[in-house]
Design a protein around this ligand. Structure first.
Ligand SMILES: Cc1cc2nc3c(=O)[nH]c(=O)nc-3n(C[C@H](O)[C@H](O)[C@H](O)COP(=O)(O)O)c2cc1C
Length: 167
């Protein structure tokens, strides 16, 4: 396989940008920007997320057995960059962002347009990122959306010419 072709073609896959959050109720709170996300079933509503297996986020999601995906709005590039770094919880904020506790205990960022909460139903342990399968158990629409919902989300291509995760 040609390594350059592999990289270029895999980078043709379009991605939305999300902040994955979880709280294991033992003092570990995760919040990380992720893009390897898709819905994978209607009934029950399932989503899958590729999570770096050696990350603090993965450990916390696995312990919590639940997580939230906070959908970033088109103008929230700054939030994407904030959560590329390990999260810091202080003064009731995560990395400076206010949040409230969701149904599952996962932090829901107050400033995002919407979020879903999921219970982990299984984890596929293959590769350097494991596939976390989550059943959607709660949805938060924090702001009304005008137009197509998928036009409201920040996308990988909005982050600049040199930002990729994939390839
Ligand atoms: C553009 C971009 C996309 C990312 N997408 C993912 C992803 O889909 N899954 C993942 O596990 N990490 C992803 N990361 C890495 C996490 O954002 C980063 O490892 C995390 O915020 C660090 O927190 P932690 O080590 O405390 O878990 C991405 C990073 C960048 C720069």
């Amino acid at each position: 396989m040609n390594a350059d072709a592999k990289k270029a073609v895999l980078r043709m896959i379009p991605y939305g940008i999300y902040v994955l959050t979880a709280d294991d109720a033992k003092g570990n709170v995760a919040a990380a920007t992720v893009n390897w996300v898709t819905q994978s079933a209607f009934a029950p509503p399932l989503v899958v997320v590729g999570v770096k297996a050696d990350s603090g986020t993965y450990k916390t999601v696995k312990a919590a057995q639940s997580f939230a995906l906070n959908m970033l709005g088109k103008e929230q590039k700054n939030l994407a960059f904030t959560f590329f770094r390990p999260a810091d919880v202080s003064d009731g904020n995560i990395s400076g962002q206010s949040f409230r506790k969701g149904e599952t205990g996962a932090p829901i960022l107050v400033d995002v347009p919407g979020a879903i909460e999921c219970r982990v139903t299984s984890i596929v342990e293959q590769g350097d990122h494991h596939i976390v399968v989550g059943e959607v158990v709660e949805a938060h629409l924090n702001k009304p959306l005008a137009g197509r919902p998928d036009a409201a989300i920040l996308e990988m291509k909005d982050l600049g010419d040199n930002v990729f995760y994939g390839g």
